[in-house]
Write a protein that binds this ligand. Structure first.
Ligand SMILES: [Zn+2]
Ligand SMILES: [Zn+2]
Length: 359
């Protein structure tokens, strides 16, 4: 018998069924997710005299919902106790149980104002849940929006991704199922930056943190010094930054949202959506920023050797081979556009394919 390998990153650990009070009145219920880079999602339950609010109720589907209801019951709550569901951002591992909780308890569904549904007709930025990409220490597996791999269209061009016909048919059928199953909830309360929510008997301030997604929302509790950080700041991995569907410079937005962490005073406990609670918010935000600065430096060095190069070519300089593909290219594109808009790169287009030169 060979013992199973210990997960390298805490975000990959399988969901524990132990319920822990991680801050006053805040319980952590870990829910399973079986995606290559992530072993669990932390659903937080905040108790007050009205019942309980839950933050990020896991993936859609029967297995996760069973775990969610089982953990709530173990903590002494029935579905009827849930008065509020907060969803930090529009990824399926964060909104999964929301529709069911709303159906069964009438709970309010709270999101940032920009919370979006990638399945909107006419919206070409689509999740492809059948194609999660695992890469070293990067959270790419929870469904960042990106254009469909089926038609191969990307803003940066290059080789089109064409699956064989039989695989395409199967993938399209799966996508129909996924559309139904991964249908995001309709928020009943859309909050703005600095709005205050009353949860666990105290005030939580909405902090809009675009970057990982444009609609990412953190909640800050100044009384106890607690930050619910979602996927914005994770303890040991960095969130995926998509170059598509998030404005001209999503990386700049993410950097501003990391900088924002230094303005929250008195944070003692950061409660991330994956991994364990931690205390050093500012240091962790700076470390994530350094990771991206290193990537920008890597692109500069690679460009010097390659000359004008496509996004796909440059993505291979940033990512390990098992991560190559549309998501790696999308994040590379975000970095290249960031450099270009800052005047540090140029791009030229030939037959629909962009080639970048980083100065
Ligand atoms: Zn996410
Ligand atoms: Zn996530």
């Amino acid at each position: 018998m060979v013992a199973p390998a210990r997960p390298a990153k805490q975000e990959q650990e399988p969901a524990s069924d132990t319920i822990t009070e991680v801050a006053p009145g805040v319980l952590r219920l870990q829910l399973p997710i079986s995606l290559p880079g992530l072993g669990h999602v932390n659903c937080y339950a905040l108790e007050d005299d009205r019942g309980v609010a839950v933050v990020d109720p896991g993936l859609p589907g029967p297995a996760s919902e069973k775990a969610l209801l089982g953990r709530l019951a173990a903590a002494g709550f029935s579905v009827g106790h849930v008065h509020t569901v907060v969803v930090t951002h529009s990824h399926p591992d964060h909104f999964g149980g929301a529709n069911r909780l709303r159906r069964e308890s009438g709970a309010e569904i709270v999101t940032h104002r920009l919370f979006r549904n990638w399945w909107d007709p006419g919206d070409d930025a689509e999740l492809d849940p059948a194609d999660p990409v695992d890469r070293d220490g990067v959270d790419t597996t929870d469904g960042a929006p990106g254009r469909s791999v089926f038609d191969g269209t990307t803003p940066w061009g290059g080789e089109r991704v064409r699956l064989p016909r039989s695989m395409r048919t199967r993938a399209l059928a799966m996508r129909t199922v996924a559309r139904r199953r991964f249908m995001p909830p309709q928020p009943t309360v859309r909050v703005e930056e600095a709005e205050v929510l009353r949860l666990a008997g105290r005030d939580w301030v909405a902090v809009h943190t675009p970057g990982h997604t444009p609609d990412h929302l953190c909640l800050f509790d100044p009384a106890e010094g607690v930050l619910l950080s979602g996927d914005h700041v994770l303890p040991t991995i960095t969130p995926h930054i998509s170059g598509v569907g998030a404005g001209p410079d999503p990386l700049a937005g993410f950097f501003a949202s990391l900088e924002r962490m230094h303005t929250l005073e008195g944070v003692r406990t950061v409660l991330p959506a994956h991994g364990h609670p931690f205390a050093d918010l500012g240091e962790r935000a700076d470390a994530i920023r350094r990771h991206h600065d290193e990537r920008l430096a890597t692109l500069r060095a690679a460009s010097a050797g390659l000359g004008p190069a496509t996004v796909a070519e440059l993505s291979r300089e940033l990512f390990s081979p098992r991560a190559w593909g549309p998501m790696a290219e999308s994040e590379t594109y975000a970095h290249l556009e960031h450099l270009r808009l800052a005047g540090h790169a140029t791009r030229a287009e030939t037959a629909g394919t962009l080639r970048y030169t980083v100065a």
